[in-house]
Design a protein around this ligand. Structure first.
Ligand SMILES: Cc1cc2nc3c(=O)[nH]c(=O)nc-3n(C[C@H](O)[C@H](O)[C@H](O)COP(=O)(O)OP(=O)(O)OC[C@H]3O[C@@H](n4cnc5c(N)ncnc54)[C@H](O)[C@@H]3O)c2cc1C
Length: 590
């Protein structure tokens, strides 16, 4: 199944939504320019289409297995990985001090989209590594950074994230893995489940970031520390010395992402414990892990975008080839893309995909500015924006990817339900994205609780004010009156609802938890609509340059405004309907 990365669209979103010019003007990115970034993305596109996409089906069909206590990845993946690191693709947005290219994160996100669209199972391996790199970079001491960071950034060693235990999934306070101090290191004992790329043979070492409790640590989340636990122990110059007591006990059988080994990991099963090194300070693990989680959450949102895009590409291709029935007012049968209902499905897929891409790229650019702007006020504002958008980018983009990939199957008719077209694989692969890195329910709690109620809606109101500026521009531009009216109606509702929550229900935790998901989905629907409207304004100014591309952007915005934006009203109505019906039924009546 071929994949063609939509580089023109990606560059457009980077420029018009993520404000790449502003990002590149920051002193930290003085080596970057939109032209350089465009050429990097062209090369990434070739790698994704030429090397990763051809391995996507084989990863799905053959998957991974345990042989002689070691996980064997799908054949072909190891060679692709060597090419991946030889091309420097793990280093894109990493710190130049440790061998990274130092490009903006929003560019890294565009590359992540390509890896995930071409082969999401493969892409998961560097994705987890990026989170581990960020946590080490931000919180580990100089010795750990010197010994491990360069090899992680170069991709010579991969990284994993070990949070989940059988009794501790969404609730990390329940973690039981123990860490006992033993001289300059700790002995780690416990079992982690569902660990992505927990073992493989593609590299000589794997660095596990593990959450565990030290002896006498306080109960709950305040007693969790973060450790670096290498698969193989190394000496001071980074050469491998011996195996650590870390083992993948099994790999899970699952709905999708078969090429990504999901491992049960045993730490210290054969002795006093696996050797681990404390990152930062004891009991600060969860705070540090949030560095990784924010990064990984956005990346998973991007996986949603990627799988939506792949499903869309495949559906368009099929709809142009498959001939069936006479479209209205035609006397002969024609390709199904000419049937209005098929076109509706393709437009819906396209609009949701482009909306979620804009949302994710904007989130990444907000962090670029937040982390690197010299001006304190600009930096703080951008960080707040990135934090507000992260749970929406994760949950909204992945929730809509369920719909888009399912529509991809629908466009194929019966051929979509059987496996050989590949449409079903995108749907199966997408299914995990609303679950891992915090389920949509957890993202929604984060959004309403930490990002809206806790700061009295300040950041959300600031965003709403920017949407109103766009509405003014829409009103000043020919042909956008209806888009402006629709956006205004829904943004007024979001504004009013935010006030209702902040002023009247700030301390009503039950209500907040009950309405969180629909509030997030409604907000996401409005924000994506805003970003598509901004795109359409830019496209209008440039339409003469490329009528096909820019004209399609304008049409997509109009479609979203008419067909998707009205969903926000339904989400908001359920929030206002409060908890009467959703919580009334007592547990034993279910
Ligand atoms: C393929 C795969 C790969 C994974 N990779 C990794 C990995 O690399 N590293 C790692 O550490 N973990 C990994 N995980 C674990 C993943 O992050 C968890 O499965 C996820 O966080 C959900 O936890 P859980 O499965 O225990 O579900 P539970 O926490 O039991 O949740 C079950 C349901 O209850 C809801 N729920 C739970 N608590 C709340 C709440 N407070 N408010 C509202 N709703 C709630 C959830 O939204 C969900 O619908 C992976 C899982 C899978 C399946």
């Amino acid at each position: 199944m071929s994949y063609i990365a939509p580089t023109k669209e990606m560059n457009f979103v980077l420029e018009s939504i993520a404000d790449l010019d502003q990002v590149c003007s920051l002193s930290a990115f003085s080596e970057s320019s939109p032209e350089l970034i465009a050429s990097v993305l062209e090369e990434a596109a070739k790698f994704a289409s030429g090397v990763l996409a051809p391995l996507n089906t084989v990863g799905d069909l053959i998957g991974t297995k345990i042989v002689d206590n070691q996980v064997r990845e799908t054949s072909g993946f190891a060679e692709a990985y060597q090419q991946f690191i030889a091309g420097g693709w793990t280093t894109l947005a990493c710190n130049p001090e440790y061998g990274g290219m130092g490009l903006p994160e929003c560019v890294g996100v565009a590359a992540t989209e390509m890896w995930a669209a071409s082969n999401v199972s493969f892409g998961l391996c560097p994705l987890l590594g990026e989170g581990a790199i960020e946590a080490l970079q931000s919180h580990a001491d100089e010795d750990l950074r010197t010994l491990y960071l360069e090899k992680m950034i170069s991709g010579q060693w991969t990284g994993t994230m070990n949070l989940t235990e059988p009794q501790a999934g969404s609730d990390l306070a329940a973690i039981k893995t123990r860490a006992t101090r033993d001289g300059d290191h700790y002995l780690i004992q416990g079992t982690k489940i569902f660990i992505t790329w927990g073992d493989h043979q593609m590299t000589e070492n794997i660095l596990h970031l593990v959450l565990a409790r030290t002896t006498d640590a306080p109960e709950g989340v305040r007693g969790i520390s973060l450790f670096l636990v290498p698969k193989n122990l190394v000496d001071a110059d980074g050469s491998i010395v011996s195996a650590n007591d870390v083992q993948a006990q099994s790999v899970e059988h699952k709905i999708g992402i078969h090429g990504s080994p999901t491992c049960v990991m045993a730490f210290g099963a054969n002795g006093p414990g696996a050797t681990g090194y404390l990152i930062g300070e004891e009991n600060m693990g969860l705070t540090y892990m949030f560095t990784m989680m924010n990064h990984a959450r956005l990346s998973v949102g991007v996986q949603g975008v990627a799988l939506s895009d792949r499903a869309y590409q495949q559906a368009v291709s099929y709809a142009k080839q498959r001939v069936q029935g006479n479209p209205p007012n035609q006397s002969t049968s024609a390709a199904i893309i000419q049937h209005p209902d098929v076109k509706r499905m393709l437009m819906l897929m396209r609009a949701l995909t482009e909306g979620s891409r804009a949302l994710c790229y904007l989130t990444a650019a907000s962090f670029d500015i937040g982390h690197k702007a010299d001006d304190e006020a600009i930096s703080q504002g951008a960080l707040s924006r990135g934090e507000l958008l992260t749970p929406i980018a994760k949950a909204w983009s992945t929730e809509v990817s369920q719909e888009v990939t399912s529509l991809g199957v629908q466009v194929h008719g019966g051929m979509g339900y059987i496996e050989e077209t590949g449409a079903a694989q995108f749907m199966r692969d997408a299914r995990i994205t609303t679950i891992y890195e915090g389920t949509s329910g957890i993202q929604a709690n984060d959004f309403i609780g930490r990002k809206v109620l806790r700061d009295n809606g300040v950041e959300l109101y600031r965003l709403i004010a920017e949407v109103r500026e766009t509405i003014t521009q829409l009103n000043d531009t020919d042909g956008f009156t209806t888009v402006a009216i629709n956006l205004k109606n829904h943004i007024d509702s979001l504004d009013e609802l935010t006030t209702w929550l902040v002023v009247e229900h700030k301390d009503d935790q039950q209500l907040a938890a009950a309405v969180a998901f629909n509030f997030l989905m409604g907000a996401g629907t409005c924000i994506a609509g805003w970003l598509l409207a901004k795109s359409a304004l830019v496209a209008t100014a440039r339409e003469q340059e490329d009528a096909n591309f820019y004209g399609a952007k304008i049409t997509t915005c109009r479609f979203y405004s008419a067909h998707v934006l009205p969903r926000a009203a339904a989400y908001f109505a359920t929030v206002k309907a409060s908890t009467d019906s959703s919580l009334m039924l007592v547990e034993d009546r279910f």
